[in-house]
Design a protein around this ligand. Structure first.
Ligand code: TXA
Ligand code: MG
Length: 339
């Protein structure tokens, strides 16, 4: 990608267009957050319900301060010091437009009196925000309810000509969306969406792990519906080895047709058991490399997309260990397999 590519994308943003934007988490569908018509187009392209607000992406704390109201809670300041720029989104009181500053468009925040702000670390996103000189509203660049794209090709496959430009920044580093944190009246932090910053990491900075209030069909973050991140192929989530083996027996050789296995948490070296299990399926994707789950997270959505394109009748998914990134991975897998 050349500086000219970025400059062209900046022009598109300034003219009220929409740009496929790589970030360190997933690709976003970016527009000028202060331009209501541009924001409306993002909702239209995504087929996203207007009750589901967008994240405003900022270049730095000063830009964040210009769209939020008043002093930030101490916990917010600590979190920003530790994780910005990076995959952490904060929900804060929203500033009214005024003093010559165009505020974030009403539609971008779905009329709420809060605004979600995030300062991405991805270089292309940063250059785009700095070039545009305004916060960029950017939901993940998928159609509503579908899998977030982690490559430029996936953005094109999802949205095609509906996007003016797609900047190709290569595969995303984290592969999972940002962690969204809000604050109660007294300033206590609450996790509204699990994501690339883990609960353990938040706990280290805050002293205590914050409470998690994500999920349900009337969720705290309006976008956290039960069914989301979903491939078209039906997915069956199992929590244990035994259940995975059982599922492979049930489907193997049955009249059902081809069944795939997705196992983001399985270690390769579990005494050959993982390989045995995989042999029971038409295709299998074990994503884990070594002991940590970062590799699994980075390729999870791409693997779901791949499997979804293979004409399988079903995908059996084995949950990851419920710790660290495993929590966010399992959160996405539960929503992807919810009916
Ligand atoms: O990593 C990410 O956050 C990616 C990249 C592109 O930055 N963006 C992303 O955006 O995941 P989106 O729109 O797919 O998810 C935003 C989430 C939704 O669950 C939405 O409901 C929540 O943030 N959200 C946004 N504004 C909010 C607000 N004012 N209060 C509560 N939740 C909010
Ligand atoms: Mg999304």
């Amino acid at each position: 990608m050349t500086p000219q590519d970025i400059a062209r994308a900046v022009d598109v943003i300034r003219a009220g267009g929409v740009v496929g934007m790589p970030t360190e988490t997933v690709y976003g569908l970016a527009c000028d957050a202060t331009n209501g018509q541009a924001v409306a187009r993002v909702f239209e392209v995504k087929a996203r319900p207007s009750f589901d607000p967008l994240i405003a992406h900022v270049a730095d704390r000063a830009m964040a301060g210009s769209i939020t109201q008043g002093e930030w809670p101490v916990a917010a300041q600590r979190l920003v010091e530790a994780f910005w720029p990076g995959p952490l989104t904060l929900v804060l009181p929203r500033a009214a437009a005024g003093a010559g500053l165009p505020g974030v468009a009403e539609l971008a925040t779905s009329g709420l009196d809060t605004v979600a702000v995030r300062c991405p670390s991805g270089g292309v996103a940063r250059r785009l925000i700095e070039g545009a000189g305004v916060p960029l509203a950017a939901p993940s660049a998928n159609r509503f309810g579908s899998i977030s794209p982690t490559t430029a090709e996936a953005v094109r496959a999802e949205l095609g000509d509906a996007v003016d430009v797609v900047l190709d920044g290569g595969p995303c580093e984290h592969g999972l969306e940002s962690t969204v944190v809000g604050f109660e009246e007294g300033g206590a932090p609450v996790v509204l969406r699990l994501g690339a910053v883990t609960l353990e990491q938040l706990g280290e900075v805050l002293g205590d792990a914050p409470t998690v209030r994500s999920g349900g069909s009337r969720p705290a973050a309006p976008g956290m519906l039960d069914r989301h991140y979903a491939p078209r192929t039906p997915m069956r989530l199992v929590e244990t080895w035994e259940a995975a083996v059982e599922a492979s027996r049930t489907f193997l050789g049955g009249p059902e047709g081809r069944v795939g296995l997705l196992a983001p948490g399985l270690l390769d070296d579990e005494g050959g058991r993982a390989a045995d299990l995989a042999a029971g399926f038409a295709v299998s994707r074990r994503l884990r490399v070594g002991d940590d789950l970062r590799a699994s997270a980075a390729v999870l959505f791409a693997a779901m997309r791949d499997l979804d394109g293979l004409g399988l009748v079903r995908i059996v998914v084995v949950a990851a260990p419920e710790r660290g990134l495993g929590r966010a991975i399992n959160d996405r897998l539960r929503r992807a397999s919810a009916r």
